[in-house]
Structure formats: C-alpha cells, structure tokens
Design a protein around this ligand. Structure first.
Ligand SMILES: *Cc1c(COP(=O)(O)O)cnc(C)c1O
Length: 362
C-alpha cells in the first residue's frame, strides 16, 4: 500500500498490511524457518534477487516484513530492519557503518550498553570513539576528526533527560560527510521523527514504547536511503540479529495503539512532574515539558510532545534514593520503559552503579 499520504494514526493501523491470500484481517504469524521453492530455477531467482520470494527467516519473513514496513512508514524512511533486540540494532549499525581506523562521535549519556560495546569490544577492532555532551553543538564540531564516520545521538538521553538539536547536529555532520544515527527509543516515532529532521538512520528498542506492553524484547532500524538499508540489512542478516515472527506479530499488535498510549502517558507524566517538582523532599527534577528544563524550547521545536520519562533527585542522597525504591507500592521497581505500567528505578545504585564516582557526580 502507498502510505505516503496517510495520516500518522492511519499508518499505525494500515501501513505494512498486505493482501493476505486467505483474507486474514491481521497479518498471520508465519512461524517457519524456511520457504519452499517451486522449482530449482525459482530458488536460483530468489537468491539472485530476480524474484522477491522468501527464502529463510533470518533473511526475511512476511510477518516480520509487515512490521518493518509499518515502522518505516511511521518514520518516513526507505525501509525497516527488525532485530532481535535494541542492542541487536545497535550492533548491526556499528558493524556496518564503522571499520578499523574509523571514528565515532556519540552522546556521552547514551544507553549504557551502546557505549559499553564500543569501549570494550569495537575498540578491540581498532574503532576510535569520542563520548561528548552533544547538547552543546560546539562540542560536536570540536570532536569531529578526518576519520569520523558516524555521529550517534540519543535524545532525550537516559537518565539525564538532556536533548540534542537533531537538525543542527545533522547540518554539522553532513558538512563532513558523516552519517547521522539517532536512538529514538525515548520519544517513539509519534513524538519525534529524526529522518525528517535530517538524520540518516533512526533506530528503536522496540521493547519500549512501540511494543508498549512489556512482553517483548526487540529492535528496529529505519534508513533514509536504499543504500544504507542494504548495507545495514546485510550486517543484520550475516550477524544473525534477526527478529522472530512471533515477536513481530506481538509488536504489530502493540503498535496500533502507540498514539493513544503515548498521549495518555505524557498527560500523566506532566501531572507527576508538576507534583514532584513542588514536593519538599525533591531536590531537582528534569522533564522537558516543564519550563524549568533548560531545553524546554528545543523540546517544543523538535518533538510533538514531551514524552513520559522523568528524572529527579531526592534530598538525602544515595540512601534516600534507596529508601524511596524500597517503599514504592503501585509503581514497579524495574528497569525498562514504555509499557503501560509505571516503572521506577535508581540509576545511582542500580543501572549506573558501575559508573565511576566522578562521572556519576558530573
Ligand atoms: C532499552 C534501550 C536500548 C536497548 O534495547 P534492548 O531492546 O534492551 O536491547 C537502547 N537504547 C535505549 C534508549 C533503550 O532504552
């Protein structure tokens, strides 16, 4: 279906759906590892690309393709590449766009493992990196070197809730022929469309808002061009970080209500943020929807809403944080985000416990 002229909410329901031979209203689960060829020549044509028939599920599968086409339409991109997890997406992006002797500039407070796999693993293959505060565009200009291949942004970032101006950052990167990648997990395509703002590649931990029901781990990459699509898809297929058809089916089911869920969640988040900001035991709070956030204007410029991720500190430091965690009732004391439940966690003693003291203070 040509989805170009459909509204976002219509795309949520219809983009990626195709005329299934038996008339099934929803895309069925093709729970199969492999596909039969009609004749040897058909098999040869599928492998050479002359025929677009399915071959093997690690390469492509109709249930997964329906989801890929749906998210690609939501992000206004060329094509989607579904992965086993958000980290499967990060790995395929690094693996395909970087090489020995190349350099990546990245938001310092990216998702922990996105930085960890670079510092601990890609570095062993000679990839260089600079982790900087990308909220300040001057830092990006200063970090670019002759071998910089990728600018990797996460906005809003976790757990600082700091924003990067995607449009301005992309302009700087493109002057140097650098590919711009954005982790759009915190916003979802409903609130922010990085490709429209100038990015070349956008990806999600689909585990979060897109699936939205805390029952699937998965990822997706959407590229602006066919060239980048082919390059990253090749890496995903050869690394084997593909999604499974059942995962894809559940996500296709979850994504239909993305707009409704994100709208309600951010409405609730605004109330929680206002309540906490005025609470006598709260030391500081960061939520892009409040005027107190230093980048409130940037949030208004590049996002359709402020999302539902809030970061705050309680008076009394680390111990007070632990006491709060041990006394929550309705909210789940758990990592992750984007499901219908409210989650709370304490980065200083949990997810970011391993971060050096100096860096934590910063
Ligand atoms: C969760 C998350 C990831 C990693 O995704 P997984 O599905 O857990 O592999 C990457 N980036 C952000 C911002 C995340 O929140």
């Amino acid at each position: 279906m040509d989805t170009k002229n459909l509204g976002f909410n219509t795309k949520l329901i219809h983009a990626g759906a195709y005329d299934e031979p038996l008339g099934s209203a929803v895309v069925p689960i093709y729970q199969t590892s492999t596909f039969k060829f009609k004749k040897a020549q058909h098999g040869a044509d599928c492998f050479s690309g002359k025929s677009d028939g399915y071959i093997y599920t690690r390469i492509a599968n109709p249930t997964i393709k329906a989801l890929e086409d749906n998210i690609a339409a939501l992000e206004n991109g060329f094509g989607g590449i579904a992965t086993s997890s958000g980290m499967g997406a990060v790995s395929a992006i690094y693996f395909s766009l970087l090489e020995q002797g190349s350099h990546i500039v990245s938001t310092a407070s990216v998702y922990g493992p996105s930085r960890g796999i670079m510092e601990q693993d890609f570095s062993r293959f000679g990839v260089e990196y600079s982790y900087i505060d990308t909220a300040n565009l001057e830092n990006i200009k200063a970090a670019i070197k002759s071998n910089t291949k990728v600018l990797f942004l996460e906005t809003p970032a976790n757990p600082t809730i700091e924003l990067t101006d995607i449009e301005e950052a992309a302009k700087i990167a493109h002057q140097h022929g650098i590919i711009v990648v954005v982790d759009n997990t915190f916003s979802s395509p409903y609130l922010q469309k990085p490709l429209d703002l100038g990015a070349d590649v956008v990806f999600h931990s689909i585990t979060k808002f897109i699936n939205g029901h805390a029952d699937v781990v998965g990822g997706i990459i959407v590229t602006k061009t066919e060239e980048l699509y082919k390059k990253i898809r090749h890496a995903m297929v050869y690394m084997g970080s593909n999604m499974d058809p059942h995962q894809a089916y559940l996500v296709s089911r979850g994504v239909k209500t993305l707009a409704l869920r994100v709208e309600r969640a951010q409405e609730n988040a605004m109330k929680v943020a206002e309540y906490l900001e005025n609470h006598p035991k709260v030391a500081w709070l960061k939520y892009p929807g409040l005027k107190s956030h230093p980048q409130h204007e940037l949030a208004k410029k590049q996002m359709k809403g402020f999302g539902s991720m809030i970061s705050f500190g309680v008076k009394g430091g680390l111990d007070a944080g632990r006491i709060l965690m041990d006394n929550v009732h309705l909210a789940l004391l758990a990592v992750s985000l984007g499901g219908v439940e409210t989650l709370i966690q304490h980065p200083a003693s949990m997810t970011h416990a391993a971060v050096a003291h100096e860096a934590k203070i910063k």
